[in-house]
Design a protein around this ligand. Sequence first.
Ligand code: C2E
Ligand code: CA
Length: 764
Amino acid sequence: MVVPAAAVTAISGGNASGLDETAGDDDALANASILLVDDKPDLLDSLHQLVTLHGYEPDKALGGHEALELLCRNRYDVVLLDLIMPGVSGHDVLDFATREGLTCKIIVVSGDASYSGVKHALHCGAFDFVKKPYEAGELIATMETALRQCRLERENARMEQRLKESEALHRFIVNNSPDLVYMLDRNGCFTFLNDRVETLLGYRKDELIGRHYSEIVDPEHLEHARHLFDERRTGARAANNVEVRLKSRRPRGGSRRFHGAQGVWAELTAMGVYRDPRERTRSGFIGSYGTARDISERKEAEEVINFQAYHDLLTRLPNRVLLRDRLTLAIAQAERNKRKLAVMFLDLDRFKVVNDTLGHTIGDRLLKAVANRLQSCLRSGDTLSRFGGDEFMLLLPEIRTRDDVVVIADKILERLSAPFSIDGHELFVGASIGIAVYPEAGDHEETLIQNADIAMYNVKGNRRNGYQFFSEELNHRFSTRLTMERDLRSALAQEELIVHYQPQIEIASGRIVGVEALARWNHPVQGLIQPDQFMALAEEAGLVAEVDELVQRQAFLDLARWRSEGHDNLKLTVNVSADQAAQDNFVARFTAALDSAGLPGSAVNLDVTEGTLLRDIESIVPRLRALRRLGIGIVIDDFGTGYSSLNYLHQFPIDTLKVDRSFVGDIRADHGGAPVIDAIVAMARGLKLSLVAEGVENRTQLSYLNEKGCASAQGFIFSAAVAAPAIGTLLNDDPFRHMAGSPGSTQPEPAETSAVAGAESEPR
Ligand code: C2E
Ligand code: CA
C-alpha cells in the first residue's frame, strides 16, 4: 500500500508552512523580514532609521539592481520600493516579483504620484502606494497593514495545506479500510462509497453513486437490509450488525459449495444522519452512513460447522440429530393431520465382514454406494439418515397404509441384493430392516426409533435379509431377551454356567478317547438351558469369550482329575468362539489356564469354526499356530457347512476335520451312500488330516463312517453330553467296548439310540 506524502506529513505532524504557529501577532510583526529599496543613500538611511525605530530589522538595497539580488536570495514579507531609479527601476523590480511569483507585499514609496504611475504600479502587483515625501506614521501604518495581510495569507495557506493533508489522510483511511464505507441519502441512494466497493463487489464507484442500495443486496436478504436501513430512520438506537448477502460481480476464491448464489456475506452497520443530531426525527433525517464488512469466510466456516453437526461426513446424509429433529416435526404434523408415518431402521447384514477383511477404505466406499442406492428408493419428503456404522434410518412422513412401507422395504431389499462392484471386488450386502409405524408403534420420536430398532434386531436374530414390523409380541420377546442378557451377566458372576461333556469314541476300539466340553446354563428359575438358547445372546452381548473361558477353566480341572485317576490319555475338546480367538492375549490366557491345571498342550483340542478362522486371518491364524506348537490340536468344527475352501485348508494350522452332524444325518440305510461324507473323507486323506464325526445317532452311520476310515465319533449313539460325575462313571465302566469296529451296519437298530438313556443328567 502506498501512503500519500500529504497523509504522511499529516500523520507525522509536520508543518509545511514554516510559520511559527505559536507566535503572537506582535511577534509575527517583529519577526517580519523587510526590504527597503532606494537609489538615494540618504533617503535609504532615513527610511531605515524610521523602520528600525519601530522595532524592525530591515535589509537595505541601494538601487534596483541590488534589490533584485536580495530578492533572489531572501524571502521578504514586505518591500518598500522606490519607483524611479536609474538602471533597474522600481517597475522592473515589480515585474520581476510578478514573474517569479514572489509572495511579498510591495509598497511603492515614490515621488511620482501621477495617476498613471500609481495605476501602473498597482497594476503590476504593488500592494499599496505611499507618496514621497512620506508622512512617517502613514508609512509605518501602511507597512504594518501589509505585514498583517501577509501573515494572514500565510496562515490561510497553511490552513489550506493542513486541510488538504487532513482530507488526504481521511480519504486514505476511508479508502484503505478493510470495510466498505458508504453514505446513503434519505431515499436510500448512494452518495459516497469508498474504494473497497471495487475489490469487494467488483462495481466501480461511479456506477453505484445515485443508485438505490437494494440494487446490490441479494433479493433473498432484502427484508433484512430494509429492516436495518428503515429502523435507522427514526430510531435512536445504535446500528445493528445485520448479516446479508450482497451481490457481487467478482468470482470468489475458495469453496463455493456453501454459496447458493454468487455473493459476498457482509455484516452491515448503519447510522442515521440528521439535520439536527439532537433531534432524530423522520423529517430531520437526511441519510445514513455505515460500513459493510466481508464475513464470507466466517459464514463459510459456520456453514461447514453447521453441516458437520447435522450430517454424516462420509455419506453426507443427515445424521441422528437431524433425523430426530425431522421426526419430531413429522410426528407433530401427522398428529395434526391424523396421518401415519413410518421409521425404518436398516442394518447391513454383511458389512462387518467386508470392513474386517477388505479394510476401511473399501468399507467406506461400500457405505457410500449403499447410501446412493437407498436414496434412489425414496420419495421426495422422505429422509434417509446414517446413524453410524452400518446403520441407516429412514423417515417416511407420508404413508397411508403399511403396504406403502412394504413397497419401499421390498424395493430396498431388491436394490441391495444386486452386488456392489468396488475396487475390483464384487460385494454382496443384505439388510435387516425394522419398521415402526406411528401411532401404533409409539407416538414419540424416541419410542419409534427404539421400536424400529427392536424390530430390526429380530430380523437380524433370524439371520435373514428381510424386514419386520414392530409389534407388542416382538417387544415382549425383546424384553425377555434383555432379561436373559441381564441374567446371563449375573450367571457368569454367580458361576451358574456349568460344563457337560460328550464322550468321543475311537470307533475301532469302542474306547472313550476324549470328551467335548459343552456349556450349560443352570438357571435358578428356568432350570438347565441349552447353548442354542443362550450362546447367540452371549455373542450379541459380547459375553461369549467369558463363557468360553469359564467353561475351559472348569473343563481343564475336570480333565486333570480324570487323568490323575488313571485316564492319562484322555483328551479334552473345547469350543473357541471367534470373539475369544480375536482377543490379543488369547494365547497367553489360554496357556495360563492350562498350566494352572497342570495339563500339557497335547491334552486338548480346540474346536474352531471356519468362520472364526476367516474373521481375522492375519491375527487369528498365527495364534492358532502358536498353540499348535505347544501340542494343542486344532479341529475345524461343523466342517462342510462353511466355506470349506481347499485353499485355506491347505494353508491353515489344522489337525482334524469334524464332520458336521447334518452330513452324518444323511447316512441312511436305505440310501446307497453319503457323497458329501465321501468327499470330506477323501479331502482329509489328501490333506493328511484326521476325521471325527459328530451327531452319530445309529449304527448305520457308525458303520459307514468306520468303513470310510473315520477314526472317531461322538453322538447320541454313545452318549449325549453329561455332567462330570457321569463321565467319571463312563470312563470307568467303558460301556462302548462291545461296539468296537461297529460291526453290523446290517444289524437291527438298538431300541435305544443312546447308550446312556436320558443322557442330559442333572446338573452338578
Ligand atoms: P457343537 O460344537 O457343534 O457341539 C455339538 C452339539 O451337538 C452339542 O449341542 C451336542 O449336544 C449336540 N449333539 C451331540 N451329539 C448329538 C447327536 O447325536 N445328535 C444331535 N442332533 N446332536 C448332538 P449343544 O451342547 O447344544 O451345543 C450347541 C453348540 O453350542 C455347540 O455346537 C457349540 O457350537 C456351542 N457351544 C457349546 N458350548 C460352548 C462353549 O463352551 N463355547 C462356545 N464357544 N460354544 C459352545
Ligand atoms: Ca464343537
